[in-house]
Design a protein around this ligand. Structure first.
Ligand code: GLU
Length: 294
């Protein structure tokens, strides 16, 4: 279904790398409520760029879970793994403007470089909002011929955004956060705190940041509704939107559900899945009510 220019477009964008838990249900239901209250469209996007962890079986399982919860998405689903060409085109645009550079460092290599910097300065190395050390810039100024030769020899590498150049080109960037009553607030992005983020992984010509930005634009998403854990990453997304000439949607960040010990629910920590709850006899109506949706 095509949207009229004024019709809001929402999306729920899970990764099929594990079973959905209550936190995902909250996110999907918040999107549904926004869409219903604004007469908007509700799209599903499958974020499956991680070809090792994402499976078609898990995708089917999450679609079954969403259907069980009574969520109705438009039938046309965008699966990121089918669009690597789109991401490669965007990367090439950034590369042509010298805004990305190849980086050959392994995770361990980054750790070692950071430890060396800390030993030299006697101070802790800065970390990004997710707590990971900022990239220390080892490959930022590599000689172009050396880089080309290493790539030609098949050395694995990622592509990183040269954040200082990106900020210089993008200028001051901001985004608008909207609450469920329609009140808005403008937030100035602080992308420098992320350093030179990865835009293309070793195995695929994209990363979470690049594909989310491209897909939101390609799907015409006007309102990105997602958890507060992705609020800080929005700084990166608005810079990429500006650099690629894409619109910046409105954003809403919902609160996160936590377990008894106060940690956010996570597939990686084995949080109870919707499938577990269903097997224990929970109904979709109970789940909706538990999460505050009637
Ligand atoms: N795929 C991401 C996740 O499952 C969400 C992406 C987003 O909403 O921007 O956490």
């Amino acid at each position: 279904m095509a949207s009229s220019p004024a019709q809001p477009v929402f999306r729920f964008a899970p990764s099929p790398n594990g079973r959905l838990h209550l936190g995902h249900a909250l996110s999907a239901l918040t999107n549904e409520r926004f869409a219903a209250s604004m007469g908007g469209r509700l799209l599903l996007r499958i974020e499956d760029i991680d070809r090792e962890r994402c499976t078609l079986g898990l995708e089917q399982a999450l679609r079954d879970d969403l259907a069980w919860l009574g969520l109705g998405f438009e039938p046309k689903v965008r699966r990121q793994s089918e669009h690597f060409g789109d991401y490669a085109v965007a990367l090439a645009k950034l590369q042509a403007r010298d805004l990305v550079y190849p980086c050959f460092c392994s995770r361990q290599g980054v750790k070692t470089a950071v430890a060396a910097e800390e030993a030299k300065s006697g101070r802790p190395w800065p970390v990004d909002p997710d707590g990971a050390p900022l990239y220390p810039g080892t490959c930022r100024a590599l000689d172009r011929d050396v880089t080309a030769a290493r790539i030609a020899a098949g050395e694995p590498h990622v592509l990183r955004l040269a954040m200082d150049r990106a900020i210089a080109e993008a200028g001051k960037v901001a985004f608008t956060v909207v609450d469920e009553d329609g009140r808005t607030e403008t937030v100035t992005a602080r992308p420098a705190r992320w350093g030179d983020v990865v835009l293309a992984r070793r195995d695929v010509p994209t990363s979470y940041h690049l594909s989310v930005v491209l897909d939101d634009a390609l799907q015409g998403v006007t309102h990105v509704v997602r958890g507060r854990d992705l609020e800080a990453a929005t700084d990166i997304h608005v810079v990429l939107q500006r650099l690629l000439g894409l619109p910046t949607p409105l954003y809403h960040f919902h609160e996160l559900l936590t377990d008894e010990s106060g940690r956010k629910l996570a597939k990686s920590r084995g949080s109870e899945s919707l499938a577990d709850l269903r097997a224990q006899g929970a109904t979709a109506v109970q789940i909706r009510q538990q999460l505050g949706f009637d």
